[in-house]
Design a protein around this ligand. Structure first.
Ligand code: ACO
Length: 336
């Protein structure tokens, strides 16, 4: 297969659990309030998955919607990449579980990417580069998370921030030049790993009665430090990607930032000299859904007509690792 002229996001899909948990409901179990959560984070409620609703189930549903919107069937997919920090199982990968649930072809490569909240940007870039190399025509990229399983529901400083969801994109080779993904950037700094981590439950410190008693297999975060680093890397990632593409920030119709905290997003917008009108938000309804956050926000912006054919769109994320990434694309909807 010859290398394509460009690589586009052809369609997007989402799945969110039915169950809404409001700040007021949380304040009945931990010492917090709707006022504190809203003013510190911008979050009003989050969705919480049921016991039989796992990242592979939510991811398969989001992907099925993206395929249907593109008029495609599972047999049309050549590659599957799933971004998640809450895989269904330690192994095999969530991608293999999604492959079986969706009925994708049995001979295609399927794998997970672990880059926490930057996971979707990482997965998108890996999949897009594999499509760009000419070996695969069409990839499914999924961000799927069940953070409710890994947050410590007794820790008010973290449990109020996260939620469950999945988002998916069909990434495809395109014969039109100058559209789709124009520039991208990925980065990481492992020297800050312990700012946001789960100390136990991996092979370094397997789950034991002691780790369970110490609640070490739950998410722990130094919120203040993560906040400062997040603003810095999100703003500089945007600036670098814009410079690489020769695009001014005010030419971008829509920014899709990782939805962790409204104050982080406001600080990034201010640093780029832009108003918040170019930054669609969904964290009020969903909180921080990690790798699902960007496709969830992108899908909503597209559905609401904030992302249209020909628009420049810049997606930017940061997460545990620390990791970060940004992707600039020209939204392209090919005629069918
Ligand atoms: N309700 C009420 N009070 C609370 C709560 C709560 N839920 N949580 C903390 N507090 C208290 C603290 O105990 C503290 O009290 P003290 O002053 O008596 O000690 C006070 O509120 C202030 O706490 P801070 O930590 O200073 O609050 P801050 O303004 O920094 O906001 C927050 C905290 C929202 C966590 C912020 O630091 C933040 O958003 N950080 C970035 C987090 C983030 O984006 N994480 C996602 C990373 S992506 C990924 O990969 C998962």
């Amino acid at each position: 297969m010859p290398a394509p002229k460009s690589v586009i996001i052809r369609s997007v899909g989402v799945h969110t659990p039915e169950r809404r948990v409001t700040n007021e409901e949380l304040s009945r179990t931990v010492d917090t309030s709707d006022e504190w959560i809203r003013t510190r984070s911008g979050i009003g409620e989050r969705r919480i998955a049921g016991p039989d609703e796992n990242p592979s189930d939510m991811g398969a549903k989001a992907a099925a919607q993206a395929l249907e919107r593109a008029g495609l069937s599972p047999a049309d997919v050549d590659l599957l990449v799933v971004a998640t920090m809450t895989p269904d199982l330690p192994f095999p990968s969530t991608a293999c579980l999604v492959q079986a649930k969706l009925g994708l072809r049995r001979d295609i490569p399927c794998f997970d990417i672990a880059a926490a909240c930057s996971g979707f940007i990482y997965a998108l870039q890996v999949a897009a580069d594999m499509v760009r190399a000419g070996r695969y025509r069409r990839a499914l990229v999924i961000g799927a998370e069940k953070l409710s399983s890994v947050v410590d529901w007794t820790d008010r400083s973290t449990c109020v921030l996260f939620g469950d969801a999945a988002g998916a994109a069909v990434v495809e080779a395109c014969d039109t030049a100058g559209v789709g993904i124009l520039a991208n950037l990925l980065g990481a700094d492992g020297s800050n790993a312990e700012l946001l981590w789960a100390p136990a439950g991996g092979s370094a410190k397997p789950a034991s009665a002691e780790t369970l008693a110490a609640r070490e297999h739950y998410l722990r975060m130094n919120g203040k430090e993560v906040f400062k680093l997040a603003v810095r890397v999100m703003a500089s990632s945007c600036e670098k990607v814009l410079a690489e593409a020769g695009v001014a920030s005010d030419q971008v119709a829509c920014f899709i930032p990782h939805q962790a905290n409204i104050r982080i997003i406001e600080a990034v917008a201010a640093q780029l000299g832009l108003g918040m009108d170019r930054f669609p938000l969904n964290l009020e309804c969903f909180g921080n859904t990690s790798a699902a956050s960007i496709p969830l926000a992108l899908e909503q912006a597209w559905r609401e007509g904030k992302v249209r054919h020909g628009d420049l769109v810049l997606m930017v994320a940061f997460g545990a690792g620390l990791t970060w990434g940004a992707t600039l694309l020209r939204w392209h909807e090919p005629k069918r």
